[in-house]
Design a protein around this ligand. Structure first.
Ligand code: HPA
Length: 275
């Protein structure tokens, strides 16, 4: 394993802390940090290789603590491909979290919907993704492990658990395929029609690189989207980052409650060398 100064910084700040679950919070999901008990907070600026946040609505802090009885490492803020053009901005954080002991990565994001049955304010479990840009954070990696299988990249067991836990709270989690659009511009209506035809159910500008990195590192992945809008051309609303953020904020309280519940009650499957 490569040298990871950020891992040593974390271990110095929180000696003996060995979370099995990592969480990445996207737009709208930030309230989850309020549920972290006995939190130790480390700004990304103190962690070598962690991203410098440039996007409004994303802070840059690692929270270490407990949600219920679950020890968690929560990243509040992520790096997006559209910020610099590089897609490996989350490589070091993913390696550090895996090295810290995390076996599960729970990702969250805000996304546009491509289906009338998944209206704004829905919560959606990602079942699979389409990597439209065909960019990979694994370019430059060596060894046969780089040819990582992406079948069941979004762990079926964790998906079922998430749906069952949300249902107990009376929340139906939709399911669908997430299309990664590089951004930062929103899609054209023609691009949205193409994505619909190709089988995507939602669209967003994040998550896919981290999923690839997490699978490469041997973590199981669960990913949840808060739907903030219909894709371009599917409704009359005007898309903007401010619109995404206001919609994300509107749905954020429920989303964060559901997520905290999922984190607290999820059973982490036994670790095997193939996961
Ligand atoms: N497209 C891409 N990313 C998004 C959208 C969208 O419509 N909504 C929220 N994130």
């Amino acid at each position: 394993m490569s040298d990871l100064p950020a891992l040593r910084t974390i271990q110095r700040s929180a000696p003996g802390f060995k979370p099995r679950m990592a969480v990445v919070l996207g737009s709208g999901w930030g309230d989850v940090t309020q549920q972290v008990q006995d939190a130790i907070r480390i700004p990304y600026s103190a962690l070598d290789g962690f991203p410098h946040a440039t996007v409004a609505g994303h802070t840059g802090e690692l929270w270490l603590g407990r949600i219920g009885a679950q020890d968690v490492a929560v990243m509040s803020g992520r790096k997006h491909g559209y910020e610099t053009g590089a897609v490996d901005g989350m490589k070091t954080p993913m390696l550090v979290l895996r090295s810290l002991g995390c076996e599960v990565l729970v990702q969250t994001n805000a996304a546009g919907s491509l289906r009338p049955g998944i209206p704004p304010q829905s919560l959606m479990v990602i079942t699979d993704h389409i990597n439209f840009p065909q960019r990979s954070p694994l370019v430059g990696e060596l060894g046969s492990e780089r040819f990582v299988s992406m079948v069941d990249a979004y762990d079926p067991n964790l998906r079922e658990q998430a749906k069952a836990i949300a249902a107990r709270r009376g929340v139906v989690l939709k399911e669908g395929v997430y299309a990664w659009a590089f951004g930062p511009q929103f899609e054209t209506p023609a691009e949205i029609r193409m994505m619909v035809q190709l089988g995507a159910d939602s669209v967003g500008m994040s998550t896919v690189p981290e999923t690839i990195l997490a699978r490469h590192a041997g973590m199981r992945v669960l990913a949840l989207s808060l739907i903030t809008n219909m894709g371009a051309g599917l409704s009359a609303e005007h898309l903007s980052h401010a619109h995404t953020l206001s919609q994300a904020q509107a749905g954020g309280a429920v989303a964060s409650q559901v997520l905290a519940d999922i984190i607290e009650h999820m059973t982490i499957p036994a670790h095997t060398s193939t996961t």
